[in-house]
Design a protein around this ligand. Structure first.
Ligand code: G6P
Length: 481
């Protein structure tokens, strides 16, 4: 269908992301259906897509397969294919074994391979070409995350008429780390193709602007870079802390199903008096080794009684073909097994560890029963689990233990803050959260709940897209850094 894809009547709003917002469901007769994938970004952008008449460009998640574009829930899905080799070099390699560790404080060793970057460039070009093909004249194109940092400049070259936004969901590192990257200048120039680059925290925006000043020839003035060369434009860099569908989560957690599931969970756990919960993708940035060690010591020393308290840790399988993730999985299995074999006795273990993914309603039930929610990443762009807990936990009696190295720490200031590298400090904060006075807990939870209900995902999308439409005519918010 070439008419729909011509610039004259193409989409006025295009999201470009590594992954599509749909999951493929194949029934027993082999019939294929696509279901909206769970997730914050999809929930946030779907209403905008419907309203603006949108298209979503992304990879459907399987190698070596071409999928035709199709309509879904009032917008167009535009699949971009990847070969098995590209999955290995662009996705598992450059995105998740180079950029991911580098951008997260190098908490794992980033690997640099020239073939991986070549594949990254090739795949980024494919995404840019697809976006250029489906976007209408003067459309707004919003590119998402670290897998696609070259797309803004590639797209601007193909379609200078477009309004191009980019949002980085993960941290943007300081110059001292970013400088390691052999392709640092290409990445900066790639991002600079956007009219607006959004970061989770003001520090990301200032790291980026400092690098542009030092490593490119463009002029930087306050929150913007003035590009030199033929395609002169201005690239603005600002912080837009992402959030969740707060009302949606709270409704889900208060549904009869979630309440029943929470009761079942509690009784399955033997109705302990204190439930500590951690829920993370199984990723080395999440601080799982340190957290489990700290909890293990609390049980081993007798500060926590395994008959009375339980630590429920969910780790969602992730990027399982990447070496560092395999190593992590083995380490955690070993650590949990060792602790559980040494504390408690027969019966329910002290640490209930689940390596599995669960439906959203079950997660909501887990948030409900968590007396203390433990979110202790070594580095995290935002961390939405922290916000989901605040939205889902009923009443004002919960407690959130939060790493100062999560983007969310800037907003969720009433959490019990920890440095996840400081095991004693972490143990103290966990115990303080568990044993604090009801008045203190309530005061903190109320403030947290106010924060996430006032700053939801709609606000986030609206703030970014308004600034992008205005091309920076609106002033940056005061006192952000
Ligand atoms: C992080 C990234 C996302 C990514 C998600 C899941 O939140 O910021 O871009 O989609 O992890 O990882 P995966 O590699 O499975 O897409």
């Amino acid at each position: 269908d070439t008419t729909r894809q011509s610039p004259e009547n193409g989409a006025t709003f295009v999201v470009v992301a590594n992954r599509l917002p749909v999951d493929r469901i194949v029934d027993e007769n082999g019939a294929v259906d696509w279901k909206t994938a769970p997730g914050g970004l999809v929930t946030a952008l779907e209403p905008v897509m419907r309203q603006r008449g949108g298209a979503w460009v992304g990879w459907h998640g399987a190698p070596d397969e071409e999928v035709e574009s199709f309509e879904h829930d009032g917008y167009t899905i535009e699949p971009v294919p990847l070969t098995a080799e590209e999955v290995e070099e662009y996705y598992e390699g450059f995105s998740n074994a180079t950029l991911w560790p580098l951008y997260h404080d190098s908490v794992a060793y980033p690997e640099y391979h020239r073939e991986w970057f070549d594949a990254y460039k090739r795949v980024n070009r494919r995404f840019a070409e697809k976006a250029a093909q489906v976007a209408g004249e003067g459309a707004t194109v919003w590119v998402q995350d670290y897998q696609l940092q070259l797309v803004p400049s590639m797209l601007r070259e193909l379609r200078p008429d477009l309004n191009i936004g980019f949002f980085l969901h993960i941290p943007f590192p300081p110059m001292e780390l970013f400088d390691q990257l052999p392709w640092r200048r290409e990445i900066l120039e790639g991002l600079l193709g956007a009219d607006l680059v959004g970061f989770q925290v003001p520090g990301g925006a200032s790291n980026f602007l400092r690098l542009v000043r030092r490593r490119t020839d463009h002029r930087v003035d306050r929150d913007r870079a003035k590009l030199i060369g033929e395609n002169q434009h201005t690239c603005i860099a600002r912080a837009y802390p992402i959030s969740i569908d707060t009302q949606g989560f709270s409704d889900l957690a208060n549904s009869p199903e979630a309440i029943a599931e929470a009761e079942q969970l509690l009784s399955d756990l033997g109705n302990p008096s204190t439930v500590f919960v951690g829920i993370d993708r199984l990723d080395y940035t999440k601080g799982l080794r340190q957290r489990i060690r700290a909890m293990g010591e609390l049980f081993a020393e007798g500060t926590l009684d395994p008959h009375d308290a339980v630590f429920l840790q969910v780790a969602t399988p992730s990027r399982e073909r990447v070496e560092e993730y395999r190593r992590l999985r083995d380490d955690i299995d070993l650590l949990v097994g060792r602790i559980n074999s040494e504390v408690g006795g027969v019966g329910r273990p002290a640490i209930v560890y689940l390596h599995a993914s669960f439906p959203r309603a079950t997660m909501a039930a887990m948030y409900r029963i968590a007396d203390v929610m433990i979110v202790t990443p070594l580095r995290d762009g935002m961390n939405l689990v922290a916000k989901e807990y605040v939205a889902c936990h009923p009443g004002p009696d919960g407690a959130l233990v939060l790493s100062e190295f999560a983007g969310a720490a800037r907003e969720l200031r009433q959490a019990y803050m920890v440095n996840p590298y400081d095991l004693n400090g972490m143990k103290e904060a966990v115990m303080k959260a568990a044993t604090d006075t009801p008045q203190n807990k309530r005061r903190r939870m109320r403030a947290l709940k106010k924060q996430v209900s006032e700053n939801n995902i709609d606000k986030w999308a609206e703030r970014f897209l308004n600034d992008l439409d205005a091309k920076g005519e609106t002033a940056p918010e005061e006192g952000e850094d």
